[in-house]
Write a protein that binds this ligand. Structure first.
Ligand code: ATP
Length: 194
């Protein structure tokens, strides 16, 4: 595998919760540590124990966040509960300048925003082999309460529907077998620019 893919534009990975996005891109990082990096988001929520500013998130005040947003500094942003989250253009540009291919893990509304912003990226959707298998993975992961699992499954229906919109994603990978899905992702990421 060459050290750097010929196309270095950021990769936006989306797909329903529990489909295996994190599992897949973590393999990409583990196996190619010099090449890829996960985009670091901004958030107004406070750091949890062990979280470092600049590594897990850029922790900012609500005022700081609002000012960045008003200046068009985010390619996408969202509010969850009382907290704001966003992906800053400057952060991605800085990580790209350091020679890394930036991977972004973005949910559906964020993908719509990024696409609307005209941001130059490659869009990959990770799909489950079936809805039943998605539910099995979410339950098998053992990290979510029943209420959260039901919410994620309801949202998954919308995401799967959206993924059928022509022209939104450059690549759709069905994550049936993890190694095969990984190979497909690598094949796409290292492909020559069209
Ligand atoms: N191909 C696969 N076959 C079977 N299980 C898988 C496969 N890929 C991932 N999994 C498992 O599915 C579960 C969900 O994976 P993961 O946490 O990576 O999903 P995610 O899409 O990143 O979810 P979220 O958006 O909620 O962070 C994990 O327990 C993971 O080990």
């Amino acid at each position: 595998m060459p050290a750097l893919p010929p196309n270095r534009s950021p990769i936006v990975i989306s797909g329903p919760s529990g489909v295996g996005k994190g599992t897949l891109y973590n393999l990409l990082f583990e196996r190619n540590p010099e090449t890829f990096t996960l985009s670091v988001s901004h958030t107004t929520r406070g750091p949890r124990p062990g979280e470092e500013n600049g590594t897990h998130y850029h922790f900012v005040t609500k005022e700081g966040f609002a000012s960045l947003k008003n200046n068009g500094g985010f390619v996408e942003s969202a509010q969850f509960g009382d907290n704001f989250y966003g992906t800053s253009k400057a952060t991605i540009e800085e990580q790209t300048r350091k020679g890394k291919v930036v991977v972004l893990d973005i949910e559906m509304e964020g993908v719509k925003q990024i696409k609307a912003s005209g941001f130059d990226a490659r869009y990959v959707f990770i799909a489950p082999p079936s809805f039943e298998e998605l539910e099995k993975r979410l339950r098998g992961r053992g990290t979510d309460k029943e209420e959260s699992i039901l919410k994620r499954l309801a949202q998954a229906k919308l995401e799967l529907e959206f993924s059928k919109t022509p022209g939104v994603h450059d690549k759709i990978i069905v994550n049936t077998d993890l190694e095969k899905a990984y190979e497909e992702l690598v094949g796409f990421v290292y492909a020559e620019p069209q």
